[in-house]
Design a protein around this ligand. Sequence first.
Ligand SMILES: Cc1cc2nc3c(=O)[nH]c(=O)nc-3n(C[C@H](O)[C@H](O)[C@H](O)COP(=O)(O)OP(=O)(O)OC[C@H]3O[C@@H](n4cnc5c(N)ncnc54)[C@H](O)[C@@H]3O)c2cc1C
Length: 530
Amino acid sequence: MRIETDFLVVGTGVAGLTFALKAAESGRVLVITKSKPEESNSWYAQGGIAGVFAAGDSFEEHVQDTLRAGAGLCNERVVRRVVMEGPERIRELMAYGVHFDRQPNGELMLGREGGHSQHRILHSKDATGRAISSVLLEQVQKHPNITLTDQLFAVDLLTQHHLGLYVNRGNPDITCYGVYALNYAERQVYTILARCTVLASGGCGCVYATTTNPSVATGDGIAMVLRAKGRIANMEFIQFHPTAFYGSDKQPAFLITEALRGKGALLLDPLKLDRFMPRYDSRAELAPRDIVARAIDQELKLSGLPHVWLDSSHLPADEIKEEFPTIYEYCLAKGYDITKEPIPVLPAAHYLCGGIEVDEWGRTSINRLYAIGECSSTGLHGANRLASNSLLEALVYGHAAAEHARKVASSFDFEYRVPDWNARDTDNTDEWVLISHNLREVQSVMSDYVGIVRSDLRLDRAARRIDLIYRETESFYQRTRISPSLCELRNLIACAYLIIKCAKIRKESRGLHTTLDYPDLLPVAYPTRV
Ligand SMILES: Cc1cc2nc3c(=O)[nH]c(=O)nc-3n(C[C@H](O)[C@H](O)[C@H](O)COP(=O)(O)OP(=O)(O)OC[C@H]3O[C@@H](n4cnc5c(N)ncnc54)[C@H](O)[C@@H]3O)c2cc1C
């Protein structure tokens, strides 16, 4: 099957949906997603979205908080642009019908999270992502110029490589003509040709054994760009959320939003139930996530226990139930009443700060290809993301990429010479155990050796093991009919390779990258690029 569209969007998170709605003013948009439309990191976002709305707040303070969290690696121009444009994009959400919590007097109820010097987090109870995504999805589904197709898995980008030409990483003129996408139900690979292609395919939390991300977060867009020889940056900066519920028996690990710490919840050590954060940072529980996650990691190593405690039992019970209903119910079902007792928590892989390198319009190093949202590296987060800045980035870059693509799309023709997918010499196999086994192995290698604290020795061990799994999986891939789980495994291996490679290039400890061998910060910040 061959499909043509003006704009092809891969992903139904906040970034992809935002782009689709804006681009649809100028042409036909096809949005594809590999799972159900609502299965995305966006849907699970809890805490909220950062924006300068409070009377006592200022753009400058939000900028400075973002730069401070980013540990010298943010692009200040990008930070200023996102912070200053943010409120306008958030007002657009409200105009679409997104409801943010308000005080009885009608003013926005603004929360405060780690690293923020002001109350500036707009939220919708503790299910902000769902509130935003459901409204955007509704708008997309009723738009006459947008087609949304789920269960369609983007496998690879179409470039000159598919015309039989040699493409390498140094080539400045690689061009994207669309994607090959697997329709599971039909077991058929579609050739989708587009004037402009947009990757809004999210992060790669599933490369670790414990993650807050849903199972769709397998870094597919990033791996596709790697294979297409595009540029990728700063992959070593993986944010571990300090507080996922310990003992959850399902992936994703259930997140306990830091808005709860913003409200006054305290972290207690596992043995004496004493507060430990004041010993690590003057901002205590409200220090940026990397500091809190490292402190918990250290406490766990000291105690030898698998979790610390998070205590909100001293806070007003009615407010906790009102503001954090999802968390309250979840913990209650697990046997903990958060208004009466502490809950066990541990860090979990949560957010990717690096990704596909893009410019101010979300343009990648590959012509006609944009990347927006968590799969991209814009320069906003630097070495560490400030809480609630990622939904903001998805909105601002979804808008910017659409503005640009709308202007240029009509000047591009479809590339009809791209051949259809070739499944010759591949077959169904009965060796599916290889996929699940190799996936578990990738995840445990990454968690054991490339987690919160790294070293040269650990990275070398990880690199050797990932290389072995890579070779085994590639040989399996060459002879096997593709499936989503096989594609995801390949993509996670590619992301593991990128994270390790960037971590090895960085000879310092900065932001989310801490290594025992280079504990200091180098005087000049530099990006890592592949
Ligand atoms: C539990 C949790 C809580 C969070 N809380 C907050 C918060 O409070 N504030 C905040 O700012 N950020 C938060 N984040 C981060 C934020 O949600 C994400 O960074 C952001 O939503 C990313 O949006 P996105 O559109 O880039 O990607 P996503 O929302 O992850 O969407 C990616 C989409 O791409 C699709 N896709 C992926 N690969 C393919 C493929 N090969 N083919 C087809 N489709 C594909 C997926 O199915 C999905 O639809 C949280 C994240 C998690 C996991």
